[in-house]
Design a protein around this ligand. Structure first.
Ligand code: CA
Length: 529
């Protein structure tokens, strides 16, 4: 029997001005429950769902996180379940007249002395894993590449023990697309920058079909791949033009399927040799490029896991690292919090530009940011996107926001960055891989087995119930915060230290252990043909 079943009744309010709070107890609480404050439940309220702390008149603003998450559609008595059906969602904040760079937080003391063991790359970036990634120009070659990768893993990888894995960068782009449409730049630069992720050591090799629209030179134009060193230059004839290592399946030299496989394997072995010769070295924590996101969120996401990640984000920023937070539709309702935290008006304007672009993108499909929430979110107590956004945005901590990364672009500076991506777990993760992420933190309340082949994913559970049931999938249990067993700071520090261990390869995440690899999913706002 669950030892937590007889815990005293507990609700959690996020701000002193809030007129609703969420029920914390596993399984929810029955009608008649009396809290230590004297509040009595008028009906059963499930875990994570809201209870009215005061009588709410029809039309009254409902406050959580000290933000209006809705208006009461009818009178709601104190102690009642504030169900999503009882709330009218507020309209989205206009994108003009926003506070611009108004918050000047006191400079936080630098956090010094923290290091991890990483792979230093020729371009100065640092990998947390040593992976051979095989780039593909088009989906047509995916089957052949996968066949070759299976053989490489079986026959070659055991000879190169210092290489962690071989990964085929499969995707659905490359042909049958309007490649000259202005927005096609998004999937193209995403694929280019994924190939250059720090975990791949600059060892780019490409499998191409031959007749596709996305020709290798268009994907990786001369000069994109940094020359590894002089030995490499000598190998290929000192010219950046013929630096690109391409296996073209339609090449006349290929007679039969096996000759294609042989070509891929032969080329792969050259890269494996060089990757295998690399050594981890001690580097400062400032070399971490962390992507944070959430998926399968519930009402506890914004109470436990995301605040702990936010605390950890502040630690990382103090240590000089890079942290990217994303998911446009999950921060859209908090745009004023973000523009006010921008370090410069230019950064604030860049955020507004990304939000406006996304508003228009959604509008073209005749929806708005409210299309974000899922049945699971609502079952977990999140009434609407405003409430979800307030819980999501906390992942960004309280540091100043110093830059904006457009979809598919590479992050070119350190600090706290807003990487504009869809909230879709796989698309967000894919774009963060392109942005140069070398470590991924993912919070979940409902539970998701999410993982990536390219970058280690640390998963943080929002509730102890989930952490117990999914004990071999969740890496950190932030539910201890709601249980009163740990503080936000405790879990934030635990996560920070775990990140250094995972980055160093000293510890594997559960997703790595089980090899749970979600597909790379490109964001393609351009037409297909
Ligand atoms: Ca997500």
């Amino acid at each position: 029997m669950d030892q937590r079943a007889d815990r005293p009744p507990l609700y959690i309010a996020m701000h002193e001005r809030d007129n609703v709070a969420i029920v914390a107890n596993d399984g929810g609480l029955p009608a008649g429950t009396v809290f230590p404050s004297g509040l009595e439940l008028r009906e059963k309220v499930p875990q994570g769902h809201k209870v009215a702390l005061v009588d709410l008149a029809e039309g009254a603003p409902v406050l959580r996180y000290n933000v209006v998450i809705g208006y009461a559609l009818k009178p709601i008595a104190r102690g009642s379940w504030v169900h999503e059906r009882l709330l009218q969602m507020p309209t989205a904040r206009e994108l003009d007249g926003l506070p611009i760079a108004t918050v000047k937080p006191p400079a936080a003391a630098p956090l010094e002395g923290f290091t991890f063991e990483g792979y230093r790359n020729p371009d100065g970036s640092v990998g947390t894993r040593n992976i051979l990634a095989i780039t593909q120009t088009v989906q047509c070659v995916a089957g052949v590449t996968d066949f070759a990768v299976q053989r490489i893993k079986k026959e070659l990888l055991p000879k190169y023990p210092n290489v962690d894995d071989v990964v085929a960068l499969e995707h659905t782009y490359g042909c049958g697309v309007a490649i000259d449409a202005p927005d096609a730049i998004v999937p193209i630069r995403t694929l280019r920058n994924i190939s250059l992720n720090p975990n791949f050591g600059g060892e780019v090799m490409v499998v191409s079909l031959g007749c596709e629209k996305l020709q290798p030179e268009r994907l990786l134009p001369p000069g994109t791949i940094p020359l590894v060193d002089e030995r490499n230059v000598a190998d290929i004839g000192a010219s950046a033009e013929n630096k690109l290592d391409v296996v073209c399946l339609q090449d006349d030299a290929h007679v039969g399927f096996m000759s294609m496989i042989d070509s891929v394997m032969r080329q792969a072995e050259e890269h494996l040799e060089r990757l295998n010769a690399r050594q981890r070295e001690t580097v400062p924590a400032s070399e971490l490029v962390v992507g944070v996101q959430c998926g399968g969120s519930d009402a506890f996401s914004g109470v436990t896991a995301n605040p702990a990640v936010g605390f950890c984000t502040d630690l990382l920023i103090r240590a000089g690292a890079t942290v990217m937070f994303s998911e446009v539709t999950e921060v859209r309702d908090g745009i004023d919090q973000l523009t006010s935290r921008a370090t410069t008006p230019e950064v604030a304007q860049a955020m507004i530009r990304e939000m406006a672009w996304y508003d228009a993108y959604l509008d073209k499909g005749r929806v708005d940011r409210s299309a974000n929430t899922t049945p699971g979110n609502k079952k977990g107590g999140l009434s609407n996107i405003v409430e979800k956004a307030m819980g999501s945005i906390i992942k960004s901590g309280s540091s100043p926001i110093s830059g904006v990364v457009s979809p598919g672009e590479k992050a070119r500076q350190k600090g706290l960055l807003y990487a504009a991506t869809p909230a879709s777990d796989f698309i967000c993760g894919t774009l963060q891989v392109a942005a140069g992420m070398n470590l991924h933190v993912f919070t979940t309340g409902r539970g998701t087995p999410y993982g990536l082949a390219e970058v280690p994913v640390i998963k943080v559970a929002t509730r102890s119930d989930l952490a117990r049931r999914w004990h071999d999938l969740m890496d950190v249990n932030a539910g201890r915060i709601a249980d009163g067993e740990a503080s936000i700071e405790d879990v934030g520090w635990e996560l920070f230290r775990l990140m250094l261990d995972v980055a160093s390869g000293r510890q594997k995440t559960w997703a790595e252990q089980w090899k749970l690899h979600n597909a790379l999913v490109l964001f393609n706002p351009a037409p297909v043909t």
